[in-house]
Design a protein around this ligand. Sequence first.
Ligand code: TMP
Ligand code: ASP
Length: 244
Amino acid sequence: MSIDSSRRKKLSEGKTKKIYATDNPHKIIIHYKDSLTALDGLKNIFLQNKGILNNEITTFIFKFLNSYGIKTHFIRKINEREQLCHKVEIIPLEFVVRNIVSGSMSRRLGIREGTPIKNTIFEIFYKNDVLKDPWINHHHAVFLNIISYEELNKINRIVSRTNDILRKYFLDKNIILVDFKIEFGKDQTKKILLSDEISPDTCRLWDKKTMTKLDKDKFRSGCNEEVILNTYMEIFKRLNENSS
Ligand code: TMP
Ligand code: ASP
């Protein structure tokens, strides 16, 4: 596998990650950038070392999920900013799980942030920039020819299990997993793999004792760069502390 960065072919570049080809057509390198975005890229800053932290945190979480039999695209961390992953075709759906009311659910339904949810809520959003990622249900997803009911059933089981595993995992580190978003892709054999990233960019994480926000909401609410970076660092530290 070629990991010589000067000779790599870039396959794509998103708001926070770059994807490079390797000499194996079924494997890619994901490079985590030092950028932080929100509101569909309208809010966008350079945040030194954020890419390193999100690479570390996602690596940690994907390894942990792998150890529970959750199949992910992650193969191994290559260096501080990069991972080797299975190449997948991303299914254009965002799967959101909510354990506590926050964010768009709070706004949409007029329910106070922090309200506990007894029956875990599962939502689907259609990844489509033009339409601004609308909220849809599984019938829409099938109608749009994005996915079959069988595949959705399979993914829903993985989503629910991922929530069970991660909720407990974070709680052991005195962190409440309020909500999160995950994505899936299909490899060359059409196998469904949990893909993309799981990090403070894609989760809401609250400190159990103080209920302080330890995630991208710090950026959304206008905190300065040092505060945001320290927040991501805190998550990294806690994941490392209780392990080994
Ligand atoms: P929401 O409350 O804004 O709908 O977000 C729910 C969760 O999903 C939250 O943890 C943030 C995450 N999320 C993303 O990672 N990317 C997105 O584009 C959106 C809308 C949410
Ligand atoms: N869709 C938003 C984004 O562009 C979600 C957010 O506010 O994080 O990142």
